[in-house]
Design a protein around this ligand. Structure first.
Ligand code: PLP
Length: 361
């Protein structure tokens, strides 16, 4: 299949230096080279989360591995968790948490709007173990402000879990400075690595206050990962086999993040998304997100009157070999969604898309 231009909100095209890791022969998931790359990856993830003292893990699996590992490790059946949702992925968080026999309650607000903070404060009047929220809602292109959510949760002693799948590495998220207790991302979005690795970060306070004895499961139990790093760290720091090509590609992608610098990277994402939004707005598209919450990594807009979103997506693919996404949930058929993540967050990439949209609408 001719790849064309991939502009969905992840996965994104791989940087050539990341891609070349896939052409290498398979290597062992232990030994000196692995230990060195693993150690570097730990430091790079701490840099990425701006959290030098958080425990960090690179679990093999999709982004969902992150929420499941946090649920297994830090929550127990019957615990109450309040999910702040304003989109598809907020609702998905709740769906996953319910399968963990948790009392997962949801505080919803309309898609495109910000979190319902009053609703959250009143939900927190009942004893609550944790609050969960999506930092960047990929279904609407809304970036949720985390500080007021953290403040409300911490005021009642609840810890906060952040889904940073579509923001990590693209939107500022200083996990330590703002007090994020547990968070997970994904490799295939702003990090521009292949899908299949989930970076997880846990604050020392949450880690130290959790009794490992109560944890169910093994692979998604973060204490298993910590034990292997501690006891087998000299030769085999991960508990299981991980594809060496995948892991080294992830490691390479993190090195590229460090080389660019986080602040420069955030600015690049902000500029590319503003260029895209402005270009689409000039063609009559309207953002779903409130203006103060628009995302720098996912643009979700409804087309001008008379243009069908699904037809637009299809024509871009067939006539211009450009793949973007359509809407999710109630926005299906009503919106288009475009990623400006990692390798996509470049002005020439944005301009190529805008030229194609102009030719179609
Ligand atoms: N959370 C958000 C905000 C997402 O955008 C996605 C995927 O797009 C996920 C979670 C799920 O990630 P994965 O498909 O890697 O499990």
């Amino acid at each position: 299949m001719e790849p064309g231009l991939l502009l969905i909100p992840g996965p994104v095209p791989l940087h050539p230096r990341v891609l070349e890791e896939f052409a290498k022969p398979a290597l062992p998931h232990y030994g000196d080279a692995w230990v060195q790359a693993y150690g570097e990856t730990v430091s790079l993830m701490r840099y990425l989360w701006s959290a030098p003292n958080h425990r960090v893990f690179s679990l093999a699996g999709p982004g969902h591995t992150g929420i499941e590992s946090i649920a297994y490790t830090f929550l127990r059946p019957g615990d109450r968790i309040v999910v702040v949702s304003n989109g598809f992925f907020g609702d998905r968080l709740r769906e996953v948490l319910l399968t963990h026999r948790l009392k997962a309650e949801v505080v919803t607000s309309p898609w495109g709007a910000g979190p319902d903070l009053d609703g959250l404060r009143s939900a927190l009047k009942h004893p609550t173990k944790a609050v969960a929220v999506v930092h960047n809602e990929t279904s609407t292109g809304v970036t949720n402000p985390l500080e007021p959510i953290l403040e409300a949760a911490h005021a009642v002693g609840a810890f906060v879990v952040v889904d940073a799948v579509s923001s990590l590495g693209g939107i500022r998220l200083p996990a330590a400075a703002i007090g994020v207790d547990a968070a997970f991302g994904a490799s295939q979005k702003c990090l521009a690595a292949p899908a299949g690795i989930t970076p997880v970060a846990v604050a020392p306070s949450l880690w130290e206050s959790t009794d490992p004895k109560g944890v169910e499961g093994w692979y998604l139990n973060l204490f298993t990962w910590e034990r292997y790093a501690r006891e087998w760290g000299e030769w085999h720091p991960t508990p299981t086999t991980i594809s060496s090509n995948l892991f080294y590609a992830f490691h390479r992608a993190l090195l590229l993040v460090k080389e660019e610098g986080l602040e420069a990277r955030y600015t690049r994402h902000a500029k590319a998304s503003a260029r895209l939004r402005d270009g689409l707005a000039s063609l009559g598209f309207a953002a779903i997100a409130s203006p103060d919450l628009v995302s720098n990594t996912v643009t979700c807009m409804s087309p001008p009157q008379g243009i069908d979103a699904n037809t637009l997506v299809k024509r871009l693919r067939l006539e211009h070999n450009i793949t973007i996404s359509g809407g999710l949930g109630p926005l299906r058929g009503r919106t288009i969604r475009i990623g400006t993540m990692g390798t996509q967050a470049e002005p020439d990439v944005v301009d190529r898309l805008l030229d194609a949209v102009r030719a179609v609408v």
